[in-house]
Design a protein around this ligand. Sequence first.
Ligand SMILES: Cc1cc2nc3c(=O)[nH]c(=O)nc-3n(C[C@H](O)[C@H](O)[C@H](O)COP(=O)(O)OP(=O)(O)OC[C@H]3O[C@@H](n4cnc5c(N)ncnc54)[C@H](O)[C@@H]3O)c2cc1C
Length: 337
Amino acid sequence: MSDQEWKGVLVFIEVTDGKVQEVGWELLGEAKKLASKINQNVQALIIGHDVEKFAKDAIAYGADVVYVVDDPGYKNYITKTYAKAFVEVVNKYKPDIALIGATNLGRDLSGAIATVLKAGLTADCTGLDIDDQSKKLLSTRPTFGGNIMATIFCQKGKPQMSTVRPKVMKMPEPDPKRQGHVIKESVPVDPKDLTVKILEYIPDSCLESVEIEHAKILVAGGRGCNTPAGLDKLKELAKLIGGELCGSRPLVEAGAITPDRQVGQTGKTVVPRVYIAVGISGAIQHLVGMQNSDCIIAINSDPNAPIFKVATVSIVGSWQAIVPAVIEELKKRMGRQ
Ligand SMILES: Cc1cc2nc3c(=O)[nH]c(=O)nc-3n(C[C@H](O)[C@H](O)[C@H](O)COP(=O)(O)OP(=O)(O)OC[C@H]3O[C@@H](n4cnc5c(N)ncnc54)[C@H](O)[C@@H]3O)c2cc1C
């Protein structure tokens, strides 16, 4: 099949527990930019049960065509059934590019699809573009421990596939007046593929209440304040200002915070209004996860710490001197003393 037959930029819209994962909307914004560079359309694919209602939102966020595979058989995510539906839609409509959010589900699904389609897949991209000459997708991602950025393109295999983590791409403004087509696809689930039976869904009780990627204010601790007293102060500060606690990898390795609270290349990407980094040096693997925050306040005893290069407000000093003083001052101003 010639390359010209593959057209359009397709975005997978993930629905979990009846809610759309916002990364789908973020990717539609990015898909619009890519599609305009190659004069192609933007397509969305929604798979699940009772999901057709999300098609109008997909159009508002930038899709020209929405393929919907809506069937009770897709109520729960099972790699085999979702991958089959995805592959069937791809083989029928032949999108040139397929973008998937790098959520747990997206990572699992994308690998399964790429293997069946024999397509090239670039995971965890931080930038997407189109090559001026070849018109191929350019997928940029950190590599070699985050020390260099690699731009990858697939010479063979279609669609060109990439996964992108939540919050890496900017959320587009939805336009409720946008028009588009909704195409319902019937891909019946083969009972033989229901190799997993979901008996009950129990949310992980270890997970703290708010996921850090949704928090507006984050207080992040690093190795420089990894003591019980240091963490207590960070928790107190976070509680006082309505924020969430997170941190660098050493804190996870020390068991001070859970892995879902790690920010960075092997953790989460966050874009809060305020990111307060305490005792964090600012290694590239940490910066890639937080450098797009609106306001970064860094507290570090080393005036040459790399974190200060990305900080909006730089405070040189020990957490022992700064954090308790900030807490006291905030309490005074909030009338809590
Ligand atoms: C493949 C790979 C993936 C990785 N992924 C991640 C990731 O996802 N997230 C991540 O965070 N890291 C990641 N890392 C690790 C990363 O390279 C750094 O080692 C890590 O981010 C350093 O954490 P830190 O800043 O807390 O500690 P350090 O680099 O040890 O910095 C501690 C800082 O605290 C300051 N300090 C010391 N005492 C005080 C005090 N009393 N008050 C104030 N400041 C003080 C010091 O000046 C120093 O700047 C990864 C590494 C690799 C190789």
